[in-house]
Design a protein around this ligand. Structure first.
Ligand code: SF4
Ligand code: SF4
Length: 181
């Protein structure tokens, strides 16, 4: 036999809880909007940035635009295993694989594309990659004039000018460190 406890009058009168919650939210909003400065003047606590001259600086863990990392010879690290594309909830990664001439690598991507307009920046691709071949970097500006510019290919993902020749993966950095190079 299961006993169903009858809720108290206070608990069943949900409007009290709703107004209490709204009161907390409202007071927090006012506190965040207005603060008392040291000289007792009321000032706005929220800063308005004059974009694009001024830009907000996100924390180091910010997950922005994707980067395909490179090996020490400059070729991309990706082995076209498809784990990122399989895990992508927005299905915005398209990879075309080919056999590699390098005996140590089974496959490599001849094409790797991310439709950034469909991406939800969840970071699953980065989490799924077993060889640190894809990372989400600090860049967050994705403005472009043409729709085709929102489809990021290997050239953009691994070798765009901002990356200054590419970002070496942790796997290669460790190998380099072990070899003392
Ligand atoms: S961040 Fe998420 S949505 Fe974007 S490409 Fe990676 S897995 Fe897909
Ligand atoms: S980026 Fe990583 S997970 Fe995606 S195909 Fe390349 S090696 Fe596999």
């Amino acid at each position: 036999m299961s006993l169903v406890k009858k809720p108290s009058f206070k608990a069943s009168w949900y409007l009290i809880g709703i107004f209490k919650g709204m009161g907390i939210t409202f007071s927090n909003m006012i506190r965040n909007l207005v603060k008392k400065a040291g000289n007792d003047k009321i000032s706005l606590a929220m800063k308005t940035y004059n974009y694009p001259e001024e830009k907000y600086e996100y924390g180091p863990r910010f997950k922005g635009n994707h980067v395909l990392t490179v090996k020490k010879d400059g070729s991309i690290r990706c082995t076209a295993c498809m784990l990122c594309a399989t895990n992508c909830p927005a299905q915005c990664i398209k990879i075309t694989a080919a056999e590699s001439d390098d005996n140590t690598v089974e496959k490599y991507p001849i094409s790797y594309e991310i439709d950034i307009l469909r991406c939800v920046f969840c970071g699953y691709c980065e989490e799924a990659c077993p060889v640190d071949a894809i990372r989400m970097g600090p860049e967050w500006q994705t403005a472009a004039l043409n729709g085709s510019d929102f489809s990021y290919d290997i050239k953009h993902l691994a070798y765009r000018a901002q990356l200054k020749g590419g970002i070496v993966s942790r796997v290669d950095e460790e190998e380099r460190h072990k070899a003392g190079i």
